[in-house]
Design a protein around this ligand. Structure first.
Ligand code: VGL
Ligand code: ZN
Length: 205
């Protein structure tokens, strides 16, 4: 069972959104072409209450600042992907008809959840791993936003859960608070056994 996992392809992560990812919109046509090549398509959705502690405004600090939250380093972000807002909706232009299920994350105001599998403290999970196991998923292919945060931690957790995991690297883009963040993220994923591939290896000639 070959499965495509769409990570946080939401309006707020597009160049015009609240937490813009440069060129984030450029992955959408590619992701739409990839979807029919898979047996199963699943999505994650960053889905925060307005009170979420990852929002800089709640700490009188600035986006990009880092604090300790529940003993974990937390990067502070602009208000983004607030539940029910248009910014939290799956990106305009993204084909959604093939998505079997959407897993929402970051719903606990006290802790962030970059991974589509677990909160950042690994104490609670979204049900994604059990769902994939139940569906008989053998190969998991990850695409989406942002490469250096949610895509990265989702792929790392997928490996920890034992899934054969590939990153379709040209169907992702990073935030790059530091210029090298995306390059580092790809190296880290590769080192844990995530296959780094290009969409051309999936798409029909
Ligand atoms: C993300 C920062 C905060 C992401 C979500 O989807 O990569 N990044 N929330
Ligand atoms: Zn978020």
């Amino acid at each position: 069972m070959k499965t495509l996992l769409l990570v946080d392809i939401q309006n707020d992560f597009l160049p015009t959104g609240a937490l813009p990812v440069a060129e984030g919109d450029q992955i959408i046509p590619l992701v739409n072409r990839l979807q029919p090549e898979f047996d199963l398509v699943v999505a994650t959705q960053d889905w925060h209450p307005a009170t979420h502690k990852s929002f800089a405004v709640h700490h009188d600090m600035n986006p990009g600042d880092v604090i300790m939250l529940n003993g974990i380093e937390q990067v502070l972000w602009p208000v983004h992907c607030v539940q029910q807002s248009s910014g939290a909706e799956l990106a305009t232009g993204l084909e959604t008809g093939r998505i079997d299920r959407i897993f929402q994350k970051g719903t606990n105001p006290e802790i962030d959840s970059y991974s589509g599998f677990f909160d950042n403290d690994h104490q609670s999970n979204t049900g994604l791993a059990a769902y994939l196991t139940e569906k008989g998923v053998t190969q998991l292919y990850v695409v989406g936003l942002a490469l250096d945060y949610c895509v990265r931690f989702t792929a790392l957790d997928a490996r920890k859960c034992g899934f054969d995991t590939s990153l379709i690297v040209d169907a992702t883009r990073g935030v790059n608070i530091e210029a090298e963040d995306s390059v580092k993220a790809v190296k880290e994923m590769s080192a844990t056994g995530v296959h780094i591939i290009q969409s051309l290896e999936i798409l029909p000639a």
